[in-house]
Structure formats: C-alpha cells, structure tokens
Ligand binder design. Structure first.
Ligand code: SF4
Length: 166
C-alpha cells in the first residue's frame, strides 16, 4: 500500500520538494528556540518542531495547519543544523504566503496587489496615499483588519512635515 498524503504536491514544487529529504534526525528540533519553549504537543501532529511546521500544513492541508508556518522567529538555526540542508525558513515563508493567499478574498488580494505596486516607487506611493486620504473607505477592512490596529492615515503626510521642518 502506498500512502501519498500530499507528498506528490510537495514533490511538484522545487521549494517544497526539499522537505521530502528529511531523515527525521531531530537536529532542527534541538536548536529551535520556539520548540524549546512550546514542546512537541503544541504542533498538533506527529511531526513537531520546525520540520513539522512545514510538513504538517502540506500533509493535512494549508487550512488545518495555517498557524504552524507562523510559529517561528525565522532565526535560521534549523537551517544551519540540518544535515541534509533543508532551507526551513525559506519553506516557512513560502507557506506563510500560501496561507495569506488562501485566506484573503478577491478584494483583499486586489488591494494588496495594488499596495505592492504603489510601494515600489515614491511617486506611486504619494499618489496612492493621497487617494486613500480622500477616499478612506478604500483602506483595508474585514477579516484582515479584525486582529490589527489600523489607525488610518495622518492628515498631514510625514514627507510634507519633513519638508516644512527643514
Ligand atoms: S534537521 Fe533536517 S533532516 Fe533533521 S529532522 Fe530537521 S529537517 Fe529533518
């Protein structure tokens, strides 16, 4: 009997494929500051520690293991300790992006795409924030805002304050 349990999906992408090289030596667990504080049961699966945080969401589905990729400080100690050179922080970041993409609705994704577009050029940023000041209802709402403070934009932009104070 061959059990797949999501491993074919892991094999399909270069970034996730590396997790299949794990020999379960436990070295990443021993050096992980998060694992040392929370212990194995906190990971909710037979795969604890840093490698569990990347394997479990892929085996049981990104919705079920959505919190695990965030249970890391990304210090990189696991990557340094791993004898088969699995880049666990890279995997964690990849999975975090998947979790965010799976949770946001169409409007949230469109808003963040627009924000990413605006943030790369000062001119675009200036136009976008000016626009958001006039139309504040376009700022993020809904589930994304529920767990976060989002005080809104200052009436006077910092760059204007800076220019005036020189
Ligand atoms: S150190 Fe590497 S090989 Fe060892 S358990 Fe962690 S991920 Fe697997």
């Amino acid at each position: 009997m061959i059990l797949d349990n999501g491993r074919t999906g892991m094999l399909g992408k270069a970034v996730t494929r590396q997790a299949l090289n794990c020999i379960r030596c436990g070295a990443c667990l021993n050096v992980c500051p998060v694992y040392q504080q929370v212990g194995g049961h906190a990971y909710g699966s037979v795969y604890p520690g840093p490698i569990g945080a990347v394997i479990t969401p892929q085996l049981s589905g990104i919705e079920k293991g959505a919190r695990l990729p965030f249970a890391s400080s990304l210090c990189g100690a696991c990557r340094d300790a791993c004898p088969v050179h699995i880049d666990i922080p890279e995997l964690l970041l990849h999975l975090r992006a998947e979790v965010v993409a799976s949770q946001g609705g169409f409007f949230a994704r469109a808003a963040f795409r627009g924000w990413a577009w605006a943030m790369v050029k000062p001119g675009r940023y200036s136009i976008a924030t000016g626009f958001a000041r006039v139309f504040p209802f376009l700022l993020p709402t809904g589930p994304w805002k529920r767990g976060r403070d989002f005080p809104g934009l200052a009436r006077r932009p910092f760059r204007k304050w800076w220019r005036d104070s020189l």
